[in-house]
Design a protein around this ligand. Structure first.
Ligand code: AHM
Ligand code: MG
Length: 292
């Protein structure tokens, strides 16, 4: 089930072990605490709480050299080893409306910022009606159900419910972020085509929306916008880990011109347009936005 890298296994053990505590804390943390994260967005208390829990658990692992979080301006040094990039509570604006959220994790064998080619594993936890965890590593991609279990190691039991996951061949869903008037003309034209072929599934949390594509096949995008050519999502914490998962499943990722994993970062909190899904849909997207 795992690739045998004990540090990668320990990272996913820690992410799974914190999931029940993160979930438990959500009901009391539906208000903004007024702080701003390094990307200038108001941080909900839930983000900060999850960040603290994950930082404590991940920096305690031998072989993790840095904890790098969407909620922290700089990397937190933890010794020698992999850099673990975390979006502690992705889709946290869904907390008010009680919709899906998740935790995104990327394990890089390099100091950050680095390209996605330095990822050795990536995945996400999805706090939906049940807690699931997608783990992608050298051995493939699997889905686990994570449940609180006081008798188990780390206080959670993990059951593998699907192994060697690949994207379904016959795509059925799409979900595109941002406001339609802010999309570029070429992307709007592409969306027009896609919406006549696939069903819309968009919930406003990347992990929830990507998991629709993982489950049913299709395409997820948070595109380049006319007033924000880099889109909204962050390369190190969101774009690269999700691109790694989808590519390991036989799908494709793009920033509009090539794999997200090849994007050269200039800083820890860089943003990147994100297009992921079945290969044919991403090829069409690249053809459509090529002259953008
Ligand atoms: P967050 O990490 O601050 O929650 O922001 C990222 C989220 C993604 O989960 C989601 O794809 C996107 O923002 C949704 O943005 P919008 O509300 O503009 O559609
Ligand atoms: Mg996020």
């Amino acid at each position: 089930m795992a690739d045998g890298d004990p540090v990668v296994e320990a990272v996913f053990d820690a992410v799974a072990a914190t999931a029940p505590a993160i979930r438990d804390a959500l009901p009391g943390r539906r208000v903004a605490d007024g702080a701003e994260n390094p990307s200038g967005e108001t941080v909900l208390a839930g983000d900060l709480y999850a960040d603290e829990l994950l930082a404590d658990a991940l920096t305690a692992i031998d072989g993790v050299g840095a904890y790098v979080s969407e909620e922290r301006p700089e990397a937190t040094d933890a010794g020698e080893g992999y850099s673990v990039a975390i979006d502690p509570l992705d889709g946290s604006s869904n907390l008010r409306s009680n919709n899906a959220m998740g935790t995104v994790v990327g394990v890089y064998d390099a100091p950050l910022p680095a390209t996605g080619r330095d990822l050795v594993a990536a995945g996400y936890t999805l706090y939906g009606p049940i807690t699931t965890m997608i783990v992608a590593d050298a051995s493939g991609v699997r889905e686990e159900v994570v449940e609180r279990d006081p008798d188990a190691d780390g206080g959670v039991s993990r059951s593998v419910v699907a192994e060697d996951l690949t994207l379904p061949d016959d795509p059925t869903v799409y979900g595109f972020g941002g406001r339609v008037p802010d999309w570029t003309d070429p992307f709007r034209a592409y969306a027009r085509e896609v919406e006549s072929e696939l069903k819309l599934r968009y919930g406003g949390s990347m992990v929830g929306d990507v998991n629709q594509v993982v489950t049913y096949g299709g395409v997820f995008a948070y595109p380049a916008l006319t007033d924000a050519p880099e889109g909204k999502l962050r390369l190190s914490f969101e774009g690269n880990p999700i691109a790694y998962v989808i590519e390991r499943m036989g799908g494709a990722s793009s920033d509009g011109s090539g794999s997200i994993l090849d994007v050269e970062p200039t800083g820890l909190h860089d943003r990147v347009p994100v297009y992921v899904g079945n290969e044919a849909l991403i090829e069409r997207l690249e053809d459509a936005v090529a002259d953008d």
